[in-house]
Every structure is written in structure tokens, then in C-alpha cells.
Design a protein around this ligand. Structure first.
Ligand SMILES: [Fe+2]
Length: 245
């Protein structure tokens, strides 16, 4: 499996504090069946740059090979939505997933900007595809899934958090994920892991639960072919979402 969203580099955001902890997280991911991880530290909330992330990524790569842990790592970032983002995106300083057209877009937890749909369309017209991270945890989306449908129709992808599916981010988030799955409003499941105790680097249990909602093949695609094609910068063949009631 592929984990597209992981706070697994140490000392540069609210993820692990030491290299040892980062390696323990990778070991936990490996034991869960994950073989590929995109390292995605916060950008915006923390002053991370392409150089800082790349340097830490290289350090973890060396650490993993020293411990014989066969996990492939790629660079990325969890990019906070901010007014000047489009200008930053145009700069070479910006980190997309493995330097592809796809990037994680971290949106506010309560209310999205009213022009988010136009904003997504503007990004798409620049050749960039935002992946909206964990909208199931956003209060506004929980109350109005048709808003999320509009954002997807504008060209965005949606990543949900494994812990939300398991009910660990509250009942409202879990309820929203199930409804989203039924309407085809989910493309990727990722861990958004931050440590070995909270939001852990595990996907398998969530995939099992999602299988019972959308079937095994579709659930597996969300942690295998879809995230792998994103890393490889390939266009995605996705089914049309249904307008939620
Ligand atoms: Fe995150």
C-alpha cells in the first residue's frame, strides 16, 4: 500500500521529534503492509521549505536503509491554504508530491473560503491538481456534502484520513466519510500519521472497513493504484461522483 500523507520527518512540524521515532513509524507502517510513503510535513503552519524537507527526507532514507526497512520514500508537503498560495505555487520553491502536478491542500477545519471552487478551478487551469485533505473533519462539509461535490467537479481530488474511518476523529467525521464513500466523493485513504501513539501510520483496518461500503477492489485502489499514479504524475481515470442528497 501507499501512504500519500504522512508527518513522519522528525523535528520540522508536529510529527515525531527524533530520527529514532521516524524510523519506528516506518517500521509500524511496514508491518501494516505499507511499502511507499510520501513525506508531507506542514508548510504554512511551520516555516518549512523545499530544502529543509529534502534534507530531512534524505536523512530518513539513509536511516531506513541502515535498518533494512524496505519502504520507498517520496517528497511532498501538506500545504496550508492561504491567500498568496497561487503565487507560491508558481515558484520553484513549491513542493508537490514527487514534483508531480498533484499536491496536498490543507483546508481550514471549520469553514472553507466561499470562493474555494473558483480557487480550485484556477489551480487546475495552471496545471496543478489539489488534493483536499480530510474534508470529512471540516464542520461545514459535514453539514453540506454538496459543497464538496462542487469542489470535486471543479477538478480537486479528496483524501480522507484512516483514523476518521475508524471513528477516532469523532462520530461526525465517521458519518461524513461513509456518506462521502457512498456518493463517490473519496479518492484516496491516507494515514496523516503524526506519531506511534496518535494518528498512527496504519491503513489496513480502515481499508477493511471501506471495503464493506464500496467493495474490496475500490477500497484497495484508494491505497494502491490511485496514490501510485499520483506519485508517477499520471492522469487518473476516476468514476463520476454522485450529487449527494
Ligand atoms: Fe496533515
Amino acid at each position: 500500500m501507499v501512504d500519500l500523507h504522512a508527518h513522519i520527518l522528525y523535528g520540522i512540524d508536529d510529527g515525531p521529534n527524533t530520527l529514532e521515532e521516524s524510523i519506528k513509524m516506518c517500521k509500524m507502517a511496514y508491518d501494516d503492509g505499507i511499502r511507499t510513503i510520501v513525506v508531507t510535513p506542514h508548510v504554512g503552519k511551520f516555516p518549512n521549505t523545499k530544502e529543509i524537507i529534502t534534507e530531512k527526507y534524505k536523512e530518513l532514507k539513509v536511516g531506513l536503509s541502515a535498518q533494512d526497512i524496505s519502504i520507498e520514500l517520496f517528497t511532498g508537503a501538506d500545504v496550508e491554504l492561504e491567500p498568496d498560495l497561487i503565487n507560491k505555487l508558481k515558484s520553484s520553491q513549491f513542493l508537490t508530491i514527487n514534483n508531480s502536478r498533484y499536491f496536498l491542500l490543507d483546508t481550514p477545519p471549520t469553514l472553507l473560503p466561499p470562493n474555494i471552487t473558483d480557487y480550485v478551478a484556477a489551480l487546475v487551469s495552471l496545471g496543478l491538481i489539489p488534493i483536499i485533505t480530510h474534508p470529512e473533519r471540516c464542520l461545514q462539509i459535514q453539514g453540506d456534502l454538496s459543497f464538496l461535490y462542487g469542489i470535486i467537479k471543479a477538478g480537486a481530488l479528496v483524501q480522507v484520513t484512516a483514523a476518521s474511518i475508524l471513528g477516532k476523529m469523532g462520530e461526525d467525521a465517521k458519518e461524513a466519510v461513509i456518506k462521502m464513500l457512498k456518493s463517490g466523493l473519496v479518492h484516496i485513504i491516507a494515514t496523516d500519521c503524526h506519531g506511534i501513539d496518535k494518528r498512527r501510520p496504519k491503513l489496513s483496518e480502515a481499508v477493511q472497513l471501506v471495503s464493506s461500503v464500496v467493495g474490496k477492489n475500490q477500497a484497495l485502489e484508494m491505497v494502491t493504484t490511485i496514490p501510485q499514479n499520483i506519485i508517477d504524475n499520471k492522469p487518473l481515470k476516476l468514476s463520476e461522483p454522485k450529487k449527494p442528497n
